[in-house]
Design a protein around this ligand. Structure first.
Ligand code: OGA
Ligand code: NI
Length: 358
């Protein structure tokens, strides 16, 4: 990124403490009020029943694998977002992750600010609204970001991960490793669904040097949820995103062919998977990097744990040559992943990949 510079901690205290007092005031502060066209149109708990829910049971068996490839391929083509169950990550680990993360956000503000994003460098750490400095209108959330993989980066950052709650660091490292295995299997399934060798995408993103970022979003209850968003509409810039949410609801995806927003139903024990820009580009737009956002509500705080699987910054990305032909010519030019990030932060369009269209 030329990382978007970072707001000094003192100015970021304001939105976090404002949100904390939300129950005491009835009007949304202007700093959070979105323009009319950006406001939510579908309720946080008006769930869409059509988003695919796919079981990964038997993913290691030859007879189930083709079913999983077919179902995920279809979900990638039609939705760009789906849920998975029977994925092998224990409910105990998912619960401990939620508890530790909530434990962190429940700490006094002064304690959380010890982990504030530092100016310069990659934006990791605690912030409210977003990590950007050029936001006129803020999102109604607190956030915490960690770089978890590759291992060399985890080692560098480990000592800036929170020390409270006590189990936070250990649980995050365990979660990061388990999600990475899941991501490897899913990238294998997606590769196969595109007619590519199983390890194609994993190799394309740098193999064991691929990058993983884990973000926690904490959305406090909000006095006027209809006027703002917890997280503005965007696409994720990596390969796939693995999201664990609590039972409150608020994640919405834009179903482009039907021109409507749909709310993803929280399912206990499930992960939501959404495709990012790199898969749209690699698949030459057969699959879509789905636009999505988070809405908030006036009754409950909501928590989501979001793992971004990203290429290594030196990976060469672009449409997979193996799927291109005379009738399917490349729609995007190729690039080094690190050159993609400045495009994303330039803010010119929500659809960053448009900048690469041939
Ligand atoms: C994200 C994201 C949605 C949510 O963090 O990129 O899309 O429900 N989060 O928190
Ligand atoms: Ni996202």
């Amino acid at each position: 990124m030329a990382p978007p510079g970072v707001v000094p901690a003192t100015t970021r205290i304001v939105p976090a403490s404002v949100m904390k007092q939300a129950s005491e005031f009835s009007d949304l502060p202007a700093k959070f009020t979105k323009s009319v066209g950006e406001r939510p149109v579908v309720a946080h708990n008006d769930y869409c029943k059509d988003i695919p829910v796919i079981s990964l049971k038997g993913i290691d068996s030859e007879c189930e694998y083709p079913r999983i490839v077919a179902e995920i391929g279809q979900a990638c083509e039609e939705w760009g977002i789906f849920q998975i169950v029977d994925h092998g990550i224990s409910s105990d680990l998912m619960k401990r992750m939620m508890e530790n993360t909530l434990g962190f956000f429940d700490l006094p503000l002064e304690e959380k600010l010890k982990y504030s994003t530092k100016p310069g460098g990659f934006p990791v750490g605690y912030a409210s609204g977003s990590h950007r400095t050029d936001d006129d209108i803020l999102d109604w959330r607190e956030l915490m970001v960690h770089r978890c993989l590759p291992n060399s980066v985890r080692e560098t950052d480990y000592n800036i991960w929170p020390e409270k709650p006590e189990e936070y660091r250990k649980t995050l490292a365990e979660y990061s490793d388990k999600i990475d295995l899941l991501v490897t299997s899913l990238l294998g399934v997606i590769s196969e669904s595109l007619g590519l060798p199983t390890d194609y995408i994993k190799n394309a993103v740098g193999g064991e040097e691929a990058e993983q970022k884990i973000l926690f979003n904490y959305y406090p209850q909000c006095p006027q949820p209809d006027l703002t968003l917890g997280l503005r509409s965007h696409t994720d810039y990596g390969t796939i995103t693995v999201l664990q949410q609590d039972d409150v609801g608020g994640l919405q995806a834009y179903k482009e062919d039907q021109d409507k927003w749909v709310t993803v139903e929280p399912i206990a024990g499930a992960f939501v998977i959404n495709l990012g820009d790199q898969i749209q580009i690699l698949s030459n737009a057969r699959y879509c990097s789905v636009e999505h956002q988070a809405v908030v509500n006036s009754n409950q705080t909501r928590l989501s744990l979001v793992t971004f699987a990203n290429p290594n910054h030196n990976s060469q990305m672009g449409p997979a040559p193996e799927i291109l032909s005379e009738t399917n010519p490349a729609k995007y030019r190729s690039y080094t992943f690190k050159d993609y990030l400045p495009i994303c932060f330039a803010h010119k369009t929500k659809k960053h990949y448009d900048a690469l269209v041939i």
